[in-house]
Structures are given as structure tokens and as C-alpha cells.
Design a protein around this ligand. Structure first.
Ligand code: TYM
Length: 328
């Protein structure tokens, strides 16, 4: 069976960028594939985190998975640091990764830009990501566009390891949706929508109230043409809004374009806000119930057990292939 693995870092409140590029895709895949959805907390600590907040956010991301509709009976939901094999395989793969190729990772360049010091873990971050994927023999990895380069590295590392030590890992395919994989800031369509933007109006959080959502979409930058057309080259502001609309409403960009022919930006923005609110309101209600229940911890315990079992054979094979002494 095809196996899916993916995750969302608990490094800040979740925004609809992560919904478009990741969570929305997870929902579509869980029926068809054997899915592993995890919370990469070890990735979050590559940049400074407030320990109390990190703890809470890890639970929150898992709760959002379930609130959005991931069924813990179907998919395995777990926290990365609960399965030691992730860090262990990460180390083994670091021996195969080249300093130069890690230095070429655009996310590393962006995140380290202008900083006096960055952790060495920020540098080796993509190798741990490769370990997450390869450890579970994932064949498909649903991600947003910004993770494409990390997936290419994952494939290179898997191939390099297999060539050198014998076939050990499946070669994973990235799944990057044609719509929703690049949701940009509401204030600037040249920048990815991200919770690290100091302008709170640039992103919509999954926890935002209907009033906030209306206000933020109302303030989103547009052009002065008044034409709703999906054209990233010439109309990035409007294309970004269409992208958000298409993801939450489950419609194509073309259908949206058609409906708003001859209609101005005002009603268009109001309808986007309505569609975002319609998707987020039930998620927020279920999130409230899940986060307050004991059931979440039980789900995470069971998930960690299943994930550890899934990981053990691959980790053992990788060690044995490299010539490390095993006792079984
Ligand atoms: P992270 O936590 O930054 O983002 C989680 C997922 O959401 C997607 N995403 C977006 N998609 C569209 N528009 C946006 N504005 C946007 N912002 C985020 C990301 O592409 C991602 O798919 N390194 C990963 C976490 C990770 C992982 C893994 C993912 C660690 N190990 C193994 C897959 C498999 C990350 O930082 O994602």
C-alpha cells in the first residue's frame, strides 16, 4: 500500500497557508493511503522556542489535525520527539549529506540571513526531514511548494544511501497541489503567508474570529483594475485571493473567475471571507472539544507506539547496511 507521511511544525499558531499546502491535502489522502501525520517538534527547536509555548503548540497542531477531519482510527498521528528513531536515523543520514548541498537550501539561507548566530541544527534540518520520510518508507509526501527543495534532497539522500549500502529506503514522491501550495501574504503576494511576519493582518490563523477574518481579507492588497482574474504574473494580489478561495471552497480558479466576471472586488472579498469562515468555524468548535479532552493524549500515545513499530525495521536495516554491529 502507498504510504503517506507529512507534518506541520509547532513553531507558531497555524495559518491557512499550512491548511492549503498541507492539512487540506491530508484530508483528501487519508482514505486512500496508509497515512502518518506527525508534529515535527524537533524541527521547531532549530530556532529558539519558548518551552511552555512549544509544549502547548505541539498538542494544538495534533488537535487541529483531528478537528479538521483526520481520523485517528485511520491515520497514525504522533509527535516526532516521541519516536526516538527519527533523531537516530537523522544522525545516520547526516553522514551521507554534503555540507555544500545543505548550504544551498533556500530555507536555510532565508532563515539564517542577517543573523549573528544560528544553530547547527538549522543547517542540518533538511536531513532530519529526510529521516522522517525515509524512516517510514513513505511513498508520497503532501507538502506546500516551499518544501520542494527539501524533498529533492530527501530523494537524493535515499538514492545515495541505497547505491552505497544496498536498497534500504523507498524513494518518495512529493505531492504538491496545483492550487493552495503557495499561499502568500495578504499584505504582499511576493512573500509566503507566514506566522513569522510581524504584520498580523498579513495572515489568517486557524483560530481567527469571523470578525478578524473579515477585517484581514477586507484589508488584503489588490490592484486598481477591478477584474477578478487568475494570473500570477500580472495580478499576483488577486491570484492569491483566488487561491485561498479555491482551497476553502473546493472550487477551481477558473470557476471563480467566471463567477466574478463584471463584479468588483468588494463582493468578491466578502464571499472569500464567508467561505473561509464556513470552513474554519466547525474546525474551531471541534478543536475546542479535542484540546480539552484526555482523548488527545491517548491518541498520541497510540500513535507513537504505531510509529515506533513502523520505524524499527527500517532503522535496524539502515544500521546493519552501514555495518554497525547489531545484536539481533
Ligand atoms: P511547515 O511547518 O513550515 O509547514 C507545514 C506545511 O504547510 C505548508 N505551508 C504552506 N503551503 C502553502 N502556502 C503557505 N503559505 C504555506 N506555509 C506552509 C508547507 O509547505 C508544509 O507542507 N519542514 C516542514 C515540516 C516537516 C515535514 C517533515 C513535512 C518536517 N519533517 C516530513 C513533510 C515531511 C516544515 O517546516 O513545514
Amino acid at each position: 500500500m502507498k504510504r503517506v507521511l507529512s507534518g506541520i511544525k509547532p513553531s507558531g499558531e497555524m495559518n491557512i497557508g499550512g491548511y492549503g499546502g498541507a492539512l487540506h491535502q491530508f484530508l483528501a489522502m487519508q482514505k486512500e493511503y496508509d497515512c502518518y501525520f506527525f508534529v515535527p517538534d524537533l524541527h521547531a527547536v532549530t530556532v529558539p522556542q519558548d518551552p511552555r509555548l512549544l509544549n502547548r503548540r505541539s498538542k494544538e497542531i495534533a488537535a487541529y489535525y483531528i478537528a479538521a477531519g483526520i481520523d485517528p482510527k485511520q491515520a497514525t498521528i504522533f509527535i516526532q520527539s516521541h519516536v526516538a528513531a527519527h533523531a537516530e536515523l537523522g544522525w545516520l543520514l547526516e553522514t551521507q549529506a554534503h555540507f555544500g548541498e545543505l548550504g544551498r537550501m533556500t530555507q536555510f539561507k532565508e532563515k539564517s540571513h542577517g543573523k549573528d548566530t544560528v544553530s547547527s541544527a538549522l543547517f542540518t534540518y533538511p536531513v532530519l526531514m529526510a529521516a522522517d520520510i525515509l524512516l517510514h518508507q513513505a511513498t508520497h509526501v503532501p507538502v506546500g511548494d516551499d518544501q520542494k527543495q527539501h524533498l529533492e534532497l530527501t530523494r537524493d539522500l535515499a538514492q545515495r544511501f541505497n547505491n552505497r549500502f544496498g536498497t534500504t529506503f523507498a524513494i518518495p514522491e512529493p505531492i504538491i497541489p496545483s492550487i493552495g501550495s503557495r499561499i502568500m501574504g495578504l499584505d504582499d503576494p511576493a512573500k509566503k503567508m507566514s506566522k513569522s511576519n510581524p504584520n498580523r493582518n498579513s495572515y489568517i490563523l486557524l483560530e481567527d474570529s469571523p470578525e478578524d477574518i473579515r477585517k484581514k481579507i477586507g484589508r488584503a492588497v489588490t490592484d486598481s483594475e477591478g477584474i477578478v482574474r487568475y494570473d500570477w504574473e500580472r495580478k499576483p494580489e488577486i491570484s492569491n485571493l483566488i487561491e485561498i478561495y479555491a482551497v476553502v471552497a473546493g472550487e477551481s480558479a477558473a470557476a471563480i473567475e467566471q463567477r466574478y466576471r463584471g463584479v468588483g472586488y468588494g463582493p468578491f472579498k466578502q464571499d472569500i471571507a464567508d467561505a473561509v469562515i464556513a470552513v474554519l468555524t466547525p474546525i474551531q468548535r471541534r478543536f475546542g472539544e479535542i484540546i480539552a479532552s484526555d482523548e488527545l493524549l491517548t491518541i498520541l500515545r497510540n500513535g507513537a507506539e504505531k510509529a515506533a513499530a513502523s520505524a524499527s525495521a527500517t532503522l535496524r536495516n539502515a544500521k546493519a547496511a552501514m555495518g554497525l554491529l547489531t545484536l539481533d
